[in-house]
Design a protein around this ligand. Structure first.
Ligand code: AMP
Length: 210
């Protein structure tokens, strides 16, 4: 199963990807996570990406395609994968097509999680990530049982100003992917503002072809 989760920042892609990893035993490929790791390790790529990330802008397609080529060639991707936060531009989507042709594979579904912009801002400004497990929480709507134990952190780009810029980047550069994948006949969408259990069951129905 090869899936791509599409949606604005904070639409729930990461949360749903974590569920899909456990259920279908396939890896999540989050370009955002890979970039954050590079930033924290201070690699060349991290240094190049950091300014764009802190400003809520997209990192260059060149850097992103380098990451993806490297990642998709790893053994654990042979049984499938979940793309989370990639592609984010038409150029990336076109280059992914070329890469997948070379690897002789195809995406099964592109699933969009739809959430209204005002809810995105509310979600992201309350988002916390466990340093320990990577699990995603919300201070108000989904707090952890023990805040201290989880060692919660706030992502540097999870503030209101940056979120508004990230939303702008989403609408201008990423939303055109909806048309791109509709044309390919693999586009599906889910209302991302329902209870998590309902989103999960809609995802399962899509994946299992119900
Ligand atoms: P995310 O964790 O997916 O919200 O990504 C965090 C930040 O990393 C984004 O705001 C971008 O600056 C950068 N980023 C992640 N994935 C991509 C991508 N596919 N193309 C360009 N920039 C990306």
């Amino acid at each position: 199963m090869r899936l791509m989760l599409l949606g604005a920042p904070g639409a729930g892609k990461g949360t749903q990807a974590k569920f899909l990893i456990d259920k279908y035993n396939i890896p999540q490929i989050s370009t955002g996570d890979i970039l954050r790791e590079a930033v924290s390790e201070g690699t060349d790529m991290g240094l190049k990406a950091k300014i764009a990330m802190d400003n809520g802008q997209l990192v260059s397609d060149d850097i992103i395609m380098g990451i993806i080529k490297d990642r998709l060639s790893k053994d654990d991707c042979k049984k499938g994968f979940i793309l989370d936060g990639f592609p984010r531009t038409i150029v990336q989507a076109e280059e992914l097509e070329i890469l997948m042709k070379e690897l002789n594979i195809k995406l099964d579904y592109v699933i969009s999680l739809n959430v209204a912009d005002d809810e995105i801002v509310e979600r992201i400004t309350g988002r916390r990530v466990s340093k320990l497990t990577g699990k995603i929480y919300h201070i108000k709507y989904n707090p952890p049982v023990d805040e201290k134990e989880e060692d919660l952190i706030i992502r540097k780009d999870d503030n209101k100003d940056t979120v508004l810029k990230r939303l702008e980047a989403y609408h201008e550069q990423t939303a055109p992917l909806i048309g791109f994948y509709k044309e390919k006949g693999i586009f599906k969408e889910i209302n991302g503002m329902q209870k998590i259990e309902n989103i999960i069951s809609e995802l399962e129905n899509i994946i299992e072809g119900k």
